[in-house]
Design a binder for this molecule. Sequence first.
Ligand code: HEC
Length: 224
Amino acid sequence: MYTGFKHMHITVVVLFLILYFIKTYLLVANKNEQLDKLRAKTKIADMILGSLMLITGGYLLYKAQEVKVYHYVKILVALSSIPVGIIAFKKRNKVMAVVLLVLFIYVYGVAETKSLTFKRDKIVIAPLSDSTVTKNSTNIMDQNADAVLKNGENIYKGATCITCHGADGKLGAAGAKDLTTSALTHAEKVAIITGGKGSMTPFKGSLTEQEIEAVAVYVDSMKK
Ligand code: HEC
């Protein structure tokens, strides 16, 4: 509804402006005959456009979240333009007609930019220095990695790993491999911890995927 009215308002204003512009041109160029013809022809159209402009504008204003100074300027110009326009064309006063045209264009600009000085509100984005961004993200990643490692250590020590591998990973009970010299990749370790190997029991059921991931990270860190 609101956007419908807004589009209608803009369309009406543009049509009105075009018509007004042509009439002003005819007036200034002394083409009085054509001007009279056009005025006669567009008399009703002019009235309809003018009323629609006020109705749609009034509705938009009624719906506006806050009424700003530029709204008042628009209303003032719109309302005062009615008598001024009528007098200007009746008395064939070129200056008045041109001044009104300039005023219309000014107000159109005001409405478009929502500013009396045509300055659009600038959205200021606080500059983020590269170093802040990288520092923050590495901080988070560091914290995260620390947490995973700590978690992995707890699982390693809390689970049965130490019974075969020992707290330092070197125990080698039940034929367990020395974890400090393991040449396996992280993924291979994850696979062995998950599925077991030889006399090493699989941990698939007793540890979650994340826990296995964490304990594998801890085993990675054991490597000298
Ligand atoms: C029952 C004893 C036992 C327990 C408990 C055990 N392991 Fe093992 N682990 C072994 C044996 C034996 C091997 C060697 C398997 C092979 O290569 O045949 C091994 C191999 C590994 C390897 C591969 C090392 C390499 O370089 O080949 C990793 C990694 C590993 N264990 C991690 C763990 C973790 C982590 C835990 C605890 C969640 C754990 N193990 C619990 C016995 C055990």
